[in-house]
Design a protein around this ligand. Structure first.
Ligand SMILES: [Zn+2]
Length: 201
């Protein structure tokens, strides 16, 4: 334990995702000791980001305007929608350059243990987007783990009534993992090899 506020800083940093106690300590000491490190800039940036960043009214992606830059891009194929759990998955898929359609960010995955059901996800918004008939294929790209699978199954059942082809990414993604950790080649291949879901058809 360190004295007062330094320990407070370490504790606070340790609450960030992916930062263990060791890293928290290292970052804290960097902030405290490194003269060239611009603390003011980081502090201001955190406030500005928290203040200005919003979520795209169309797809739920992180945006700095009403619509994100993907939804605003006229070159994107509006007949394709790729459904992902989080905005970070959009970044991972964009890196593969395999997909030129639009996205729909659910805001998580179905997880009864964490109290997340379908109502907590942006599924209603998705159905609304699909209602006007422009979309010709929905690609489900949830994480290859238990929650992601449950979400994909729920979605494909829900979308069945709409008569829009629903596909899922091909296997080959590391099972139990997070979409964002899949390398670009594997994720790109999973896209190319996506398969139609034909539950109960
Ligand atoms: Zn958007």
């Amino acid at each position: 334990m360190y004295e007062g506020i330094v320990q407070e800083l370490i504790d606070e940093l340790g609450r960030l995702p992916g930062v263990g106690p060791k890293s928290a300590q290292r970052i804290a000491f960097h902030i405290v000791q490194t003269e060239s490190f611009d603390v003011r800039r980081l502090g201001e940036l955190l406030l500005v980001v928290r203040d200005q960043v919003r979520f795209c009214i169309e797809c739920g992606n992180i945006a700095d305007q009403e619509r994100c830059n993907i939804c605003r891009d006229p070159r994107r194929n509006r007949a394709l929608i790729c459904v992902v759990e989080e905005a970070k998955d959009v970044v991972a898929i964009e890196r593969t350059r395999e997909f030129r359609g639009l996205y729909h960010v659910l805001g998580g995955a179905i997880s009864p243990i964490d109290g997340v059901g379908p109502e907590q996800l942006r599924i209603r918004e998705l159905l609304k987007r699909l209602a006007d008939g422009t979309v010709e294929e929905v690609i489900i790209a949830t994480d290859p783990n238990l929650e992601g699978e449950a979400t994909a199954t729920y979605l494909s059942r829900t979308l069945r009534t709409l008569d829009i082809p629903v596909s899922r990414l091909a296997s080959g993604l590391p099972v139990g993992g997070d979409l964002e950790y899949a390398d670009e080649v594997t994720l790109g291949r999973a896209f190319e090899g996506r398969r139609l879901v034909d539950e109960g058809r």
